[in-house]
Design a protein around this ligand. Structure first.
Ligand SMILES: *Cc1c(COP(=O)(O)O)cnc(C)c1O
Length: 366
């Protein structure tokens, strides 16, 4: 049945739940490692939970439906997902990646993928000519994060797709920041969409999860094979939590985005805030303060806002990219990208916006 995104968040995998004998409205947690066979050479469709588990499968179906993909595969974390995606490549392959990327992805690419013989070429993917000039005969994929982390630069996915439309190059988009509620990379030409389900999809800062959704059934099948072979699977309980979180994705995104728009405007009016990076969409904001002291004051004195890594939950969190998420980026590169000691990143939650602004205002002026 055709449904709008907010309905799909709640009902996208309804057929899977309806097939459950008890009619349970919430997906049951199948806390089992293995499944008994009805008879010789027979299977219920489930054999062993590393290969597939009904609770996890339900969650994969919801995420795949929201991203309009042919299939989705769940992993224990976002990084386990991206590491699994990298198993699609072999020594000698080249990948073009957004330069202003999540720090963990940079660590994976520079240490593990590089060791495995895969070359990563970083470009400013918001600049199409930069992407185009990096394409070589051995380019096998383009990995994009949009908006970027933490500088919020936006890449035109459809335009990147155009550049490679006649080439056998996979377009991979990390859609963690916008979520399928606000943006559908596959509709713009992406072949694979990855998510840290730890963030907005689960939405409550209470579980780690990751997903990859493939446009084609063939790619989904390949990634399913990587999952069952390498084994970093999502647990049934965590899949339950993510499924539950997704039911409120639409209203959480609406509220946190509307809060973020107001906070970005308010930050721009503050004399001690020298730059505000907000792409007019989503609920992530980064900003620079006039001095290192102002930045540290904010981190030390916030009461409602939590000084913690991560993003995408109901709680507003603030981070210091220079020493937290981006500590591993070499200093010269970090500074060139604007990630200095005055930069803070805010993940806006769903509290009353007045309370968030009051908390920030008090710390900025103190
Ligand atoms: C958090 C994050 C990841 C990694 O996800 P984990 O669940 O923490 O492993 C990847 N990409 C982006 C954009 C993220 O914010």
């Amino acid at each position: 049945m055709q449904m709008k995104p907010e309905t799909a968040c709640i009902h996208a995998a309804a057929t899977a739940s309806k097939s459950h004998a008890t009619g349970a409205v919430a997906v049951p947690i199948f806390q089992t490692a293995t499944f008994a066979h009805p008879g010789f050479g027979q299977s219920t469709g489930y054999d062993y939970s590393r290969t597939q588990n009904p609770t996890v499968e339900h969650c994969e179906k919801v995420v795949a439906a929201l991203e309009s993909g042919a299939g989705g595969v769940a992993f224990a974390t976002g990084m386990a997902t991206i590491a699994a995606v990298m198993e699609l490549f072999r020594p000698g392959d080249e990948i073009i990646a957004t330069d202003d990327l999540y720090g963990g992805s940079i660590r994976l690419f520079n240490n593990i993928s590089a060791k495995n013989g895969i070359t990563i070429n970083y470009v400013d993917s918001s600049d199409l000519s930069d992407v185009e000039s990096a394409i070589t005969p051995t380019t096998k994929a383009i990995f994009i994060e949009t908006p970027t982390n933490p500088m919020m630069k936006v890449t035109d996915i459809a335009a990147v797709k155009q550049l490679i439309s006649d080439r056998d190059i996979l377009l991979i988009v990390d859609n963690t920041f916008l979520t399928p509620y606000l943006f559908n990379p596959i509709a713009h030409g992406a072949d694979l969409v990855v998510h840290s389900g730890t963030k907005y999809l689960s939405g409550h800062n209470d579980t780690l999860a990751g997903f990859v959704v493939a446009k084609s059934p063939e790619l989904a099948e390949k990634l399913h094979t990587v999952k069952k072979t390498t084994g970093a699977v999502l647990s049934p309980f965590d899949a339950f939590l993510v499924t539950r979180g997704i039911k409120t994705l639409a209203i959480r995104m609406e509220k946190s985005q509307s809060n973020a728009r107001k906070i970005a405007e308010w930050l721009k009016s503050q004399s001690k805030i020298t730059a505000v990076h907000y792409p007019e969409q989503g609920a992530m904001i980064s900003f620079t303060t006039d001095t290192v002291e102002t930045a540290q004051n904010i981190l030390n004195k916030v009461e409602l806002i939590l000084y913690a890594e991560s993003l995408g939950g109901v709680e507003t969190l603030i981070t210091y990219p220079a020493t937290q998420t981006h500590a591993e980026v070499p200093e010269a590169e970090r500074l060139a990208r604007g990630i200095n000691e005055c930069l803070l990143r805010l993940s806006v939650g769903i509290e009353a916006v007045e309370d968030i602004i009051q908390d920030l205002g008090r710390t900025i002026d103190s």
